[in-house]
Write a new protein. Structure first.
Length: 112
């Protein structure tokens, strides 16, 4: 029985894991993001507790500030959409890096 070349495999066979991961991540964002605490987290909390929060500088840019989308008044919808945008960006970067590595390996193998 000959192995099937990657280009000959079905779409779902090649991308099923990614689709499942996207669906799971989207469900987590949709159901859990609205329940997230509005209390400060991580370094923000440490800065408040230790009294150096006033020394903080604003970032040079702000995109999706406080996990919200400007212009959307419903806080729950805004947080969910911001989370879904984040999931999409992480997926796109991961697929892009994977494609770049795969192409580099192919090119390295064909030039050897």
């Amino acid at each position: 029985m000959a192995a099937t070349a990657p280009s000959e495999r079905s779409f779902l066979r090649r991308w099923g894991w990614a689709i499942a991961g996207l669906v799971i991540a989207a469900l987590v964002v949709i159901f859990l993001a609205p329940a997230a605490s509005s209390d400060p987290d991580g370094l923000d909390r440490v800065a408040e507790d230790n009294g150096f929060v006033e020394n903080a500088k604003d970032p040079p840019y702000q995109w999706l500030t406080d996990y919200s989308i400007p212009g959307i008044d419903n806080e729950t919808v805004s947080v969910v959409l911001a989370g879904l945008i984040g999931v999409g960006l992480v997926f796109a970067v991961t697929v892009g890096l994977g494609a770049a590595v795969r192409t580099a390996k192919k090119n390295r193998g064909s030039s050897a």
